[in-house]
Design a binder for this molecule. Structure first.
Ligand SMILES: [Zn+2]
Length: 152
């Protein structure tokens, strides 16, 4: 799994465990945004873009997040404990679902390695005078620090 382009947007110091947002391009043909680098207890890990899971209001059938206490549409009070029905395991609740994700451990570790390398390089760069941070994806400026790896 070759990442042909990686953009790293470092989070400012004091952002807690969230260290960076990344945009990755796979094989020069597919882009995934909002990949996060997070500091875990045992080192860095990546979190793929995800969405909050929803269910439907019993009265108007509008979609609401599983933790919503009132319906967005009709204001009906919702059962606050209904999210407990969505379990992955004894102690894990399923409140989010990945939008895009690796499907086996090898692909995950290949992506992680390339992202962590780019992250370390970005940190090094950020210590140089005149460093210009990679803009967030909402910022379409041309200032992005872009890594292009081994063009075929
Ligand atoms: Zn409703």
């Amino acid at each position: 799994m070759r990442l042909s382009e990686i953009k790293i947007h470092l989070c400012p110091p004091g952002s807690g465990r969230l260290k960076a947002f990344c945009t990755i391009t796979i094989d020069q043909g597919f882009v995934i945004r909002d990949v996060k680098i997070i500091q875990g207890d045992d080192g860095l890990f990546i979190a793929m873009p995800s969405r909050k899971l929803c269910d439907h209001c019993p009265r108007c059938h509008e979609k609401n997040h599983l933790r919503a206490r009132f319906c967005n549409q009709c204001g009906t009070r919702l059962n606050e404990n209904r999210y407990l029905n969505y379990r992955l395991g004894p102690n894990r609740l399923k409140l989010h679902a990945d939008i895009a994700h690796p499907i086996h451990a090898r692909a995950r570790s290949e992506i992680e390695k390339q992202l962590f390398d780019a992250y370390e390089r970005e940190i090094e760069l950020s210590r140089q005078p005149g460093y210009v941070p990679t803009p967030m994806e909402t910022d379409l400026s041309e200032l992005a620090t872009t890594y292009k790896f081994g063009a075929a």
